[in-house]
Design a protein around this ligand. Structure first.
Ligand SMILES: C[S@@+](CC[C@H](N)C(=O)[O-])C[C@H]1O[C@@H](n2cnc3c(N)ncnc32)[C@H](O)[C@@H]1O
Length: 247
């Protein structure tokens, strides 16, 4: 069985268990790591800082329950495709975003169902953290195919260089020490390798931020008080922005 299928089974089961034991809103938030509003605001603000505007075309891979989609729903001319492996999360995200023209589709392969040279952004928030590096690489090749020249692939990742990633590795270690086997897949990547990948695929590295770096500017338009006030924020996972050459 491939790593992807192992992971697919894991995530689907996790969501089913959460839906059985919690009210739907709580289950949908917990399935993507919690703090639905908070991370929705930060992901939106981060993309605005990278040039997202009304009229952008955005592919949100591993969109989960719609933390980002609900924030992007405010832009009437924005084109959006959300992809995920868990149908219940797609269904929730579709309802929560409330936009009939936003597409939400299930993926069962590392492939983007989108035309070449058509997207401005291809984003993966907290997705490369849970799949194998080879799958992330192929997703980046796919992102490169669907992006317009100058378009951006934006993804968050775990790395040993970041103090913010350390608690995740420590928890992985504690699990293995206790049970003598791995638990949930939390993948760590290395920024030197990301630079190599970018060059091979045809991207330039536009930015690399540590998980603890407060580089996300939440302005009055993005803020959602009291959950998130205006100010500078860190995402908690490192962030890589790749620009497709030629724009
Ligand atoms: C931690 S959640 C993040 C969700 C969303 N990006 C966000 O920030 O709210 C990870 C998501 O990736 C999805 N996922 C896992 N493997 C995937 C794959 N191979 N392709 C696409 N999505 C995947 C999971 O179902 C889950 O919804």
């Amino acid at each position: 069985m491939s790593g992807q299928l192992r992971f697919l089974t894991g995530y689907e089961q996790l969501v089913k268990n959460l839906l059985k034991s919690l009210p739907e809103d709580d289950a949908a938030a917990q399935a993507v790591g919690g703090s639905f509003e908070y991370y929705g605001v930060l992901e939106h603000a981060l993309l605005r800082g990278e040039g997202l505007r009304d009229g952008s075309t955005v592919i949100d891979v591993g969109c989960g329950s719609g933390r980002l989609a609900t924030k992007l729903a405010r832009y009437p001319k924005l084109r959006y495709l959300g992809l995920d492996v868990v149908p219940e999360l797609l269904d929730y995200a579709r309802r929560k975003a409330g936009r009939l023209d936003f597409r939400f589709e299930k993926v069962d392969a590392v492939r983007l169902p989108f035309d070449a040279l058509a997207a401005d952004f291809c984003v993966f928030f907290s997705v490369f953290t849970h799949i194998l590096p080879e799958e992330s690489y192929v997703y980046l090749e796919e992102a490169h195919r669907v992006l317009k020249p100058g378009g951006k692939a934006v993804f968050s990742f775990l790395e040993h260089a970041s103090a913010a990633s350390k608690p995740v590795f420590d928890a992985n270690l504690a699990w293995v020490r206790e049970r003598h086997m791995a638990g949930h897949l939390n993948t760590f990547l290395h920024r030197a390798d990301l630079r190599l990948w970018a060059g091979r695929i045809g991207f330039e590295v536009a930015a690399l931020h540590l998980g603890e770096s407060k580089f996300i500017e939440v302005d009055a338009d993005c803020a959602a008080p009291p959950a998130v006030a205006e100010g500078l924020y860190a995402l908690g996972q490192s962030v890589c922005v790749l620009r497709k050459r030629g724009g």
